[in-house]
Design a binder for this molecule. Structure first.
Ligand code: F6P
Length: 363
């Protein structure tokens, strides 16, 4: 291992609160070892347009730990194996330019890439590692759906924001005697809906892991009336399935491979109104859940992830992801993580707690 390591770092996919805290910890831990850290802009795109690669020093990262977003920028359209190019007739052609990327990485003298990403970005990191680019991954996503790690950073902040919003809905729902149906993020997993729903005192929580029946949802809301509570709160995960299928939005973003979820809350609200006659409104919290400062919990988790990534590099570990397996940070092979969504176990204590509290999953 060279004495003075040259580390590259990037942030890929949707942003998550805590990205800057990880970057801060990586820079400080590397600097303490006399190593260099260089920031790659816009996910993997910055390894094509290398002019914007910036050395990251303790001075450059001072004060960023508490900021949301990422100082490196990010994208979910940056697949180097499928880069879009416009043909003269306006149609799009996709080219595999991964060899060029790895060549640039080597030419710039980098030893390891620290890739902060979710399943998509880590899958790309793994494929690039097979082409000779050593990587260490850090598990980022508000969705908390990555395998092998108890939690990802960004999740706690998203849940905190969603819970605060649900708290606020109670007073307006009660004043108007309405049912409020709130859609939260989480892709194919119900973690955000479950944690914010139970903490925000919802009556019904709908998650992808538990198929729901609208009759049962309406019956549970009817129980509120019997008990003198003339309003109701339904929290629905964007990935909750209607008739076994996802509710999606049209999307023509060039270079994006993931479907865009959205609209299930509106569907649920209309069904509730149709079946109960009760005034019902839906809202989508959307990107509010990804914004703002990381909570103290996420900040600490992010700092621990970043410092552990540097320690693992110092120990010679490569092509691994830092995983929080309490009480320790472990280095797990990236193939053990990718393509294996961590879903909510339907027999978990939190699910059981909800049921004991009288919260319905519509099942
Ligand atoms: O994976 C994070 C996430 O926020 C999901 O919860 C959501 O479905 C998706 O990203 C939204 O992506 P975009 O910001 O591209 O609309």
């Amino acid at each position: 291992m060279p004495n003075r390591m040259r580390i590259a770092i990037n942030t890929g996919g949707g942003d998550a609160p805590g990205l800057n805290a990880v970057i801060y910890a990586v820079v400080m831990a590397a600097h303490g070892r006399g190593w260099e850290v260089h920031g790659i802009q816009q996910g993997y795109a910055g390894l094509f347009d290398t002019s914007k690669i910036t050395p990251l020093t303790p001075e450059k990262v001072a004060g960023i730990m508490s900021h949301g977003g990422t100082i490196l920028g990010t994208t979910n359209k940056g697949d180097p194996f499928r880069r879009p190019h416009e043909r003269p007739d306006g149609t799009i052609e996709y080219r595999d330019e991964s060899d060029k990327l790895v060549e640039n990485f080597k030419r710039l003298g980098f030893d390891v890439l620290i890739a902060l990403g979710g399943d998509g970005s880590l899958s790309l990191a793994h494929r690039l590692s097979l082409k000779g680019m050593p990587v260490v991954g850090v598990p980022k996503t508000i969705d908390n759906d990555l395998a092998q790690t108890q939690s990802t950073f960004g999740f706690d902040t998203a849940v905190t924001t969603a819970t605060e919003c649900i708290d606020k809905l109670h007073s307006t729902a009660s004043a108007h005697e309405r049912i409020m149906v709130v859609e939260v993020m989480g892709r194919y997993a119900g973690w955000i809906a479950l944690h914010s729903g139970v903490s925000g005192d919802a009556d019904v929580i709908l998650i992808p892991e538990i198929p729901f029946d609208m009759d049962k949802v309406c019956r549970r809301l009817g129980d509120n009336e019997i008990r003198g509570k003339r309003y109701g709160i339904v929290v629905v995960a964007e990935g909750a399935k209607v008739d076994g299928g996802l509710v999606t939005k049209a999307n023509d973003d060039v270079g994006r491979s993931e479907v865009m979820l959205g609209g299930v809350a509106e569907w649920v609200a209309k069904e509730i109104h149709k079946r109960t006659g009760k005034e019902t409104r839906s809202l989508v919290l959307g990107h509010l859940q990804r914004g703002g400062s990381p909570t103290t919990w996420d900040r600490l988790l992010s700092l621990r992830f970043g410092a552990a990534a540097v320690r693992f590099i110092a120990e010679g570990k490569r092509n691994v992801m830092v995983a929080w397996q309490p009480p320790e940070m472990k280095a797990v092979p990236i193939p053990d993580v990718i393509g294996r969504s961590k879903l909510v176990p339907t027999d978990s204590d939190t699910i059981q707690t909800c049921r004991d509290l009288g919260i319905s999953f519509g099942d």
